[in-house]
Design a protein around this ligand. Structure first.
Ligand code: MHO
Length: 212
């Protein structure tokens, strides 16, 4: 089950990318997600050799359902290691914009945020090359549920492209909550057993499943 509608891209650095992947994965309007390295200049970064790059999340979103401004609100509200502390470049707070509109919105929201919390460390820059992270980092929380992945055919080739994988990677750790899950479950194409499994995990983790 995949979703084929026109989307736009957004790219954010918010700390450890595992939790950002889950957070955005179950956000209404976010169609697909992938994690990777960007924002630097060194060629072909890897997790163990990241160079001057940063852990980022790349989203394909449907602008009719969620606006870039709403995604920015989530960006500011959900930094794994905070907005004002100096961090190593791997966890740099970063907005990588894809067009002029995104640049203007990012800069406006930066000013608002700065007026509220003081000196920010966030970097705003044009999106350059995005290097997808190793398969084992994609949908990291979902991949902890091997049998579920296997039974749904969510193998590594689908982890960066599947809408279902993005959704489950969020729901399994409680993102979206029970109400949103029940609203969407009919469209996800899960069996009753699979749906019950996700429901139980969601209930177990609601409110606390996001930490890296
Ligand atoms: N605390 C985690 C962060 C991983 S994240 C993908 C670890 O050290 O494994 O940077």
């Amino acid at each position: 089950h995949d979703v084929d509608i026109p989307t736009k891209k957004a790219t954010f650095g918010m700390g450890c990318f595992w939790s950002n992947d889950s957070l955005f994965g179950a956000t209404p309007g976010v169609v697909r997600t992938r994690v990777g390295y960007s924002g630097g200049t060194t060629k072909n970064p890897h997790y163990r050799n990241i160079g001057d790059h940063t852990e980022v999340i790349e989203l394909d979103f449907d602008p009719k359902t969620v606006t870039f401004e709403e995604l920015l609100d989530m960006f500011w509200a959900n930094h794994e290691y905070g907005l004002t502390t100096k961090l190593k470049r791997q966890y740099q707070s970063m907005i990588l914009y894809h067009d002029e509109e995104q640049r203007a919105a990012a800069e406006a929201s930066y000013k608002d945020m700065q007026a509220r919390v003081g000196q920010l460390r966030t970097e705003i820059a044009p999106a350059g090359t995005f290097y997808p992270a190793e398969d084992y980092h994609q949908k990291y929380r979902l991949q902890g549920h091997k049998d579920l992945c296997r039974s749904l055919g969510l193998n590594s080739s689908r982890l960066q492209t599947s809408h279902l994988a993005a959704r489950l990677n969020g729901f399994l750790v409680g993102v979206g909550g029970k109400a949103q899950f029940e609203q969407e479950v009919g469209k996800l194409g899960l069996s009753e057993t699979q749906a019950d499994y996700v429901r139980k995990e969601l209930e177990r983790n609601e409110g606390g499943g996001l930490a890296c």
